[in-house]
Design a protein around this ligand. Structure first.
Ligand code: DAH
Length: 339
C-alpha cells in the first residue's frame, strides 16, 4: 500500500495539463469518488493495525498534494484566460465603419447655409401642433376648403391636435412671441395623409423662410429667390414665378427653376418643359401678421417654403422617395463624397 501511495505521489508531483479538459480528466482520475485516491481510502480498512498510523498519514499527504496540485493548475488556466500575456497588440482591430451624413441632412444644411449668410437664423417648432398654429393663424378660415389642400393627420379624440402639415406653423410660433425685424429659417419634418409610393410619403421635410420688417417688398423676395437658386443649383440657373394661391400669402407664387438636368432644353425629368417647380412663396398676408400680433400697417414680409426631398431629388436624382427613409447603407454611402 505504501508503495502504491508513493507511486501516486510521484505522479501527482509531475502532473501537467495543456487545457481545461485535460485538467478535468486528471481531477476525475485522482480526486473523484471513483478516483485512485478514494480507491486507496476504501482499501485502508484492510491495512494491518500497526501500519494504520503511517499509511493514514501518507494517504492524507497524497490527498492534500493532489488537491493542491490540481488547484494550482486550475489557477494557471484561469489567469491565462484573462491574462495579458496572450494579447497580440499588433493585431488590427475589427473594421469600424464610419457612418455618413444622410442626403436630406446634407441638403438641409446647404439650404440653411445659404440663408444664414443672408442673416436668417434657425427657428424650430413642434411636430405635434394645434389647429391654430397650422391653419387658423395662417388665415385658413374655419370651413375654408383650403384646409383640404393638405391631407391632415388629426387625432380622433382631440380634433384640435394635428401632425403639422407644413413648417409654416413655425412662422406663427415665432411671430406670436416676437416683433420685427424677424428673419428666420425653419427646417423640419411634416406629415400628410398620403398613400406611400415612389413619389409621395406620409412624412417628409420642409424648410420655411420668413422675413418681416418695415418696407419689405416683392422685389426683395425675388432677389432672395434668385440668389438661392443660383447658390443651390449653379450660377446659370434661371427662375420663373407663376401666380398661385396660398391662404397665408398675398400675392402668392410658385417658383420654377430652369431644369438643372437638361439645362432648360427639355428632358423627361422636366417633362420637356425646361422648368421644374421647387417652392411656394409670397408676401405675408396682412391677416397673418395681425393674427400673430404684428401691426400690418407698419410691417410687411415675405415667406417661402420648400420640400427638402424635392430639392435633394433635383440635385441627386433619387428616383424613389422611399429610399430616404429606408436607411439602406448602400444608398446612404453614395452621398459620402457630397459633404
Ligand atoms: N406651406 C406651403 C406648403 O406646405 C409652402 C409655402 C407656400 C410656404 C408659400 C410659404 C409660402 O411660406 O409663402 O405647401
Amino acid at each position: 500500500m505504501i508503495d502504491k501511495i508513493n507511486q501516486l505521489l510521484q505522479e501527482v508531483e509531475a502532473l501537467k495539463a495543456a487545457n481545461a479538459e485535460e485538467l478535468e480528466a486528471l481531477r476525475i482520475k485522482f480526486l473523484s469518488k471513483k478516483g485512485a485516491i478514494n480507491d486507496l481510502m476504501a482499501d485502508f480498512r484492510n491495512v494491518a493495525a500497526e501500519q494504520k498510523k503511517e499509511v493514514g498519514m501518507r494517504l492524507n499527504e497524497l490527498k492534500n498534494k493532489a488537491q493542491e496540485k490540481i488547484a494550482a493548475l486550475k489557477e494557471q488556466f484561469e489567469s491565462q484566460d484573462t491574462g495579458c500575456d496572450d494579447i497580440d497588440l499588433t493585431r488590427s482591430a475589427y473594421p469600424v465603419e464610419l457612418g455618413t451624413r444622410h442626403p436630406l441632412t446634407i441638403v438641409k444644411n446647404e439650404i440653411i447655409d445659404i440663408f444664414a449668410r443672408l442673416g436668417f437664423s434657425i427657428a424650430e417648432g413642434p411636430e405635434i401642433e394645434d389647429d391654430w398654429h397650422v391653419f387658423s393663424a395662417l388665415n385658413f378660415a374655419e370651413d375654408h376648403p383650403a384646409r383640404d389642400m393638405q391631407d391632415t393627420f388629426f387625432i380622433e379624440a382631440h380634433p384640435d391636435i394635428v401632425l403639422r402639415t407644413h413648417t409654416s406653423s413655425v412662422q406663427t410660433r415665432v411671430m406670436e412671441v416676437s416683433q420685427p425685424p424677424i428673419r428666420i429659417i425653419c427646417p423640419g419634418r411634416v406629415y400628410r395623409n398620403e398613400a406611400i409610393s415612389y413619389r409621395a410619403h406620409c412624412f417628409f421635410h420642409q424648410v420655411e423662410a420668413l422675413y418681416v420688417d418695415k418696407d419689405v417688398s416683392f422685389t426683395d423676395l425675388k432677389q432672395v429667390l434668385l440668389l438661392f437658386a443660383k447658390e443651390m443649383f449653379g450660377e446659370d440657373t434661371k427662375i420663373r414665378l407663376r401666380p398661385s394661391y396660398f391662404p397665408f400669402t398675398e400675392p402668392s407664387a410658385e417658383m420654377d427653376i430652369s431644369c438643372n438636368i437638361c439645362g432648360g432644353k427639355g428632358c423627361p425629368f422636366c417633362k420637356h418643359t425646361g422648368w421644374v417647380e421647387i417652392l411656394g412663396c409670397g408676401m405675408v398676408d396682412p391677416n397673418v401678421l395681425e393674427s400673430n400680433g404684428i401691426d400690418s400697417k407698419v410691417y410687411s414680409g415675405y415667406a417661402l417654403g420648400m420640400g427638402i426631398e424635392r430639392i435633394t431629388n433635383l440635385k441627386y436624382q433619387v428616383k424613389d422617395l422611399r429610399m430616404f427613409s429606408e436607411n439602406d447603407t448602400r444608398f446612404l454611402k453614395e452621398f459620402e463624397a457630397a459633404y
